[in-house]
Design a protein around this ligand. Structure first.
Ligand code: MF3
Ligand code: CO
Length: 250
């Protein structure tokens, strides 16, 4: 069942979103070559604490970190490690879900370390565009799969592949709530969207093939063909006046 959030819940999600977006605003300066992904996670954990945000991933099915940090062919759920060093030419994707007074916001962004290839820039920008068109479709009266369909169209017309094994999701008191928001599918299907619904939309993109696997650490999702990947995420609220992105500073 898709929960409709009341005013009080929405206010808390808005606050969680703002605080998280504020942390992401400064993140680019703190993610540099020569740093381990664990060091980045430690910085994020400290920022969450300062913002009085509670990590929703720490303790989630045994996950032990405040962020997922996925580099290049790692798509999502990259486990921070002191052995994973960030280097020039990397695309680093950072995903953080945290709550404020019991309500969550989920957000992910892509960072380039120094100069990267045209292909890396392209996949990252198509991924961002897919998120944008997905958000625009999140309107009262639309069908859930209208979001999925435009995301798929944007990714495939950009020449890339939509990863099928993971999806966006409802969000609220819990990081993952109903519904599952696929990044592919035909429009006009699934539940009708209503004001007060809150979603985490997160397109996941690969090159040539959408096949992915979970690495030996039990979490990190990587492409089978070793291709670069794209992933961004925002938490949004459906209002009477269209979608409102909670994880951006206006
Ligand atoms: N924040 C992720 C999402 O977008 C979930 C991470 S699950 C973890 O759904 F446990 F790996 F952190
Ligand atoms: Co998410």
């Amino acid at each position: 069942m898709i929960m409709i959030k009341n005013k009080r819940a929405i206010a808390k999600m808005e606050e969680a979103g703002k605080r998280l977006a504020h942390i992401f605003q400064h993140m680019g300066d703190h993610v540099v070559a020569g740093m381990s992904t664990l060091a980045v996670d430690t910085w994020i954990e400290d920022q969450l604490k300062k913002a009085q945000l509670l990590s929703e991933t720490k303790g989630y099915h045994g996950y032990r970190h405040a962020s997922c940090i996925s580099i290049n062919d790692e798509l999502v759920h990259g486990v921070p490690s002191e052995k994973k060093m960030i280097k020039i030419g990397d695309t680093v994707k950072i995903d953080v879900c945290a709550s404020w007074q019991g309500y969550c916001a989920d957000m992910a962004r892509q960072f380039f370390i120094g100069t990267v290839s045209v292909q890396q820039k392209n996949i990252a920008s198509v991924t961002e565009k897919a998120l944008e068109v997905g958000i625009k479709k999140a309107c009262s009266g639309s069908h859930l799969s209208d979001i999925s369909a435009v995301i798929q169209c944007e990714i495939e017309s950009g020449g890339f592949a939509v990863v099928r094994d993971f999806a966006g999701h409802g969000i609220g008191k819990n990081m993952h709530e109903d519904p599952e928001i696929l990044n592919y599918g035909s429009p006009g299907k699934g539940p009708i969207l209503r004001p007060g619904m809150t979603f985490a939309i997160e397109p996941m993109v690969a090159i040539d093939s959408y096949k992915v696997y979970v690495a030996d650490d039990g979490w990190t999702v990587r492409t089978v063909n070793g291709s670069y990947t794209g992933h961004v995420e925002d938490t949004i609220l459906i209002t009477d006046n269209g979608p409102k992105v909670l994880t951006r500073l206006s």
